[in-house]
Design a protein around this ligand. Structure first.
Ligand SMILES: *Cc1c(COP(=O)(O)O)cnc(C)c1O
Length: 376
């Protein structure tokens, strides 16, 4: 390359140059840190899953994996009582959430879009990946605030207020929601899905910690996709395994634009084995849910405002000092939680429910900080 050439900013598309990329929760290298910031499961995968992965490390690495994750799709279809053509597997559910923008949303040529073809819509707060996916695709974001108690406004209310776009090409609903932890009832979700003329993705990343799931809505409505992941409840973040269930028409659209080998072979092995040991995982859900209740009431006694949670985390407003101070104070005591510094809810912290030992350490740190509040 001649010397006069230098990296010019206009080699990069303006859309990409100006993008605010997704910020994943920190994966710190600090030893002995109690990591309660990314909603990972404190329990390891079933020993049988780990064995299946070890046993798969052999000469087959030479070969491409099954391109449609066929065995896994079949098992997932059985699990949910649907036909195989209603399931697609992705490299984490994040991959499928991104594919959905490409399959269902027209990049915007104007700033306004009454037809909704270029509109990606979601509640605020919800999963912070959605705006990034929308921006990457050059779509128009429609961000609609939840109620002050983080509940969903009724369809009637949405219609009267006029901010919600009932023809949005794509609507993402995190349910139960993150980072609030709040669950939505199937009744209100059904009303929303029915009113919507466009695709609705119900992102159920945390549903195994909830009382209700909305899988039946994928059978009831041709415009609804249910998103699930092995990451959080099934201790498999590392392997990147997620899937959608929905109408074959929508699944086919997603299938036609994905990479041929989007799901790696070891991930397929691990997910398949996971499905054989669901009772192991159910026992873990129970432990996490029990601990969630205990930690929640202890925090309330210490003066925290604790939102009711249907997930494996608590979204809390700490007393006395700003959330930023609590975040820093906890970090000094080697407890890492999530604080969304530049958001409308920067007065709150999101605390993942870890193991009993981890939560003991976390509560010890919180109690000692609460005592010192007056010194801050
Ligand atoms: C963690 C999370 C995901 C991502 O799941 P992966 O399958 O690991 O990509 C999707 N949606 C929500 C709301 C999440 O919190």
């Amino acid at each position: 390359m001649p010397k006069s050439k230098y990296p010019k900013s206009d080699w990069i598309r303006p859309l990409v140059r100006d993008l605010h990329p997704y910020t994943p929760g920190e994966q710190p290298k600090v030893k002995g840190l109690v990591k309660l910031n990314t909603n990972e499961n404190p329990y390891p995968p079933s020993p049988k899953v780990l064995k299946s992965v070890r046993d798969a490390v052999d000469g087959r690495f030479r070969l491409y994996p099954n391109p449609t994750a066929q065995q896994l799709r079949d098992k997932l279809a059985d699990l949910h009582g649907v036909d195989r053509d209603r399931v697609i597997v992705g490299n984490g559910s994040d991959e499928l959430l991104a594919l959905a923008t490409r399959a269902f949303v027209e990049p915007a040529s104007k700033r306004k879009d009454a037809s909704g073809r270029s509109v990606v819509q979601y509640w605020v707060p919800s999963y912070s990946l959605y705006p990034v996916l929308s921006d990457i695709h050059g779509a128009i974001r429609n961000e609609v605030p939840l109620k002050p108690d983080f509940g969903m406004p009724s369809v009637a209310k949405l219609k009267s207020e006029g901010k919600w776009h009932f023809k949005a090409a794509l609507t993402y609903v995190t349910t139960p929601n993150a980072p609030t932890g709040r669950g939505y009832s199937n009744k209100e979700l059904r009303a929303l899905c029915r009113a919507q003329d466009g695709i609705v993705i119900l992102d159920e990343a945390y549903v195994d910690f909830a009382e209700e799931n909305a899988m039946s809505l994928a059978a009831e409505f041709p415009n609804v996709l249910i998103s699930r992941t092995f990451s959080k409840a099934y201790s498999l973040c590392f392997q990147r395994m997620g899937y959608f269930v929905g109408h074959p028409h929508l699944i086919r659209a997603l299938d036609s634009i994905r990479d041929s080998y989007n799901v790696n072979g070891i991930g397929q092995v691990a997910a398949l084995e996971t499905l054989k040991h669901r009772s192991y995982y159910r026992a873990n859900f129970k432990k996490i849910i029990r601990l969630r209740t205990e930690v929640g009431s202890e925090l309330e006694q210490l003066g925290f405002d604790v939102l009711p949670s249907q997930t494996n985390f608590l979204f809390v407003k700490p007393p006395g000092a700003e959330a930023a101070k609590w975040y820093e104070g906890l970090r000094k005591k080697k407890i890492l939680v999530r604080w969304f510094s530049s958001s409308a809810f920067k007065d709150r912290l999101r605390i993942t429910i870890g193991s009993a030992e981890e939560m003991d350490q976390c509560m010890d740190a919180i109690r000692s900080l609460a005592k010192k509040l007056s010194d801050w």
